[in-house]
Design a protein around this ligand. Structure first.
Ligand code: NAP
Length: 309
């Protein structure tokens, strides 16, 4: 695979990348999808997806990823696992450097590198990650059977995963920095009705304390009062950061959060470079949007390649 050229390279194998792969493979384009870890991206961290159309009973994130991948493979998706360390976009031909020293090139690039959980950035967090500090309820909830855990955050992820945690934990305390949740009403209603979930409002976590595991949290209320909360674990679910280490952010004119702006057709400011899914600068980050943007990006790529030839 070293030093090969393709008309189209898709970088990332989450819902946006896999859908782009499906569209490119089905359109018989000369394509390559590059994924760093397992195909599926962030949905692999999602226990249950209730709002992806076509699955009336919902579907697990893992199964949805498997299904999109199988669908793309039916059309001979060309994919490889590799770690792209840098991208050069100054010429018409785009170049990607891999961590093994190989390089790849393409006429058109679709960036679908997604996002990752945002850390709290407080003392104790790094030291206790994997020892009671978690960013993935789907992965770690079963470790907390009959225990008391905290969830930090008030968005869809925090509230949905708090509900998931109640299948295992005895008590789930949601700690939110404001006095109202950002999560959609239907998730809020379910959480408020769940006897295992309680809320601490207007409060932030300032320190995570423990020796071999999480023992307690230091809390700071908006009124400047401090308190401690004894818990067996803490799930930090406070939004996402872009996976953009390998991207030339100045060339792509990334926004202040490091996400990549595009037009409606997913075209970035660089001709022949599209961005789709959670790496795009946007308000709404849903699986269905990511998939839709992956499809749009391939149609934009086809148009670009036609004009190029
Ligand atoms: P989000 O919507 O950005 O929510 C992040 C939450 O964390 C907010 O409540 C925010 O508080 C809080 N927060 C941010 N930084 C914080 C900090 N430093 N300390 C304490 N709290 C902090 O992120 P998300 O819930 O991960 O969702 C990401 C995207 O995926 C969203 O677009 C969401 O709609 C989507 N999603 C959808 C579903 C679904 O449809 N079922 C499920 C999961 C995720 P404030 O509210 O005060 O800003």
């Amino acid at each position: 695979m070293a030093n090969t050229h393709h008309n189209l390279i898709i970088l990332g194998g989450g819902p946006a990348g896999l859908t782009a792969g499906l569209y490119a493979a089905r359109a018989r384009m000369d394509h390559l999808l590059i994924e760093k870890g397992a195909e599926g991206g962030q949905i692999l961290l999602t226990d249950w997806i209730d709002n992806y159309p076509g699955f009336p009973d919902g579907i697990s994130g893992f199964e949805l990823a498997e299904k999109i991948l199988a669908q793309a493979k039916r059309f001979d998706l060309n994919s490889m696992f590799a770690n792209v360390t840098s991208i050069e976009l100054s010429e018409t031909v785009k170049r990607l450097e891999l961590d093994n020293g190989d390089s790849l090139s393409c006429d058109c690039l679709i960036i679908c590198t997604g996002a990752r959980p945002r850390p709290l950035g407080v003392p104790g967090e790094k030291e206790l990650t994997g020892k009671g500090v978690s960013y993935c309820a789907t992965c770690d909830a079963p470790f907390y059977r009959n225990m008391h855990v905290a969830v930090v955050g008030g968005g869809n992820t925090a509230i949905q995963e708090a509900a998931h945690l109640t299948k295992f934990a005895d008590k789930v305390t949601v700690i939110h920095r404001r006095d109202e949740l950002r999560a959609t009403k239907i998730l809020q209603e379910k959480a408020f009705a769940n006897p295992k979930i309680d809320f601490i409002w207007n409060t932030t976590v300032t320190e995570i304390i423990g020796t071999d595991g999480v023992e307690k949290l230091q809390l700071l209320n908006r009124d400047q009062t401090t308190s401690e909360l004894s818990v067996d674990g803490i799930f930090v679910l406070i939004g996402v950061l872009p996976n953009n280490d390998m991207l030339p952010l100045d060339v792509l004119k990334a926004d202040e959060g490091g996400f990549i702006p595009t037009d409606q057709e997913t075209r970035t400011v660089v001709p022949g470079v599209m961005a789709a899914g959670d790496i795009r600068s946007k308000e709404v980050r849903q699986v269905i949007n990511a998939a839709g943007e992956g499809a749009t990006a391939v149609l934009a790529a086809e148009q670009y390649l036609t004009n190029l030839s």
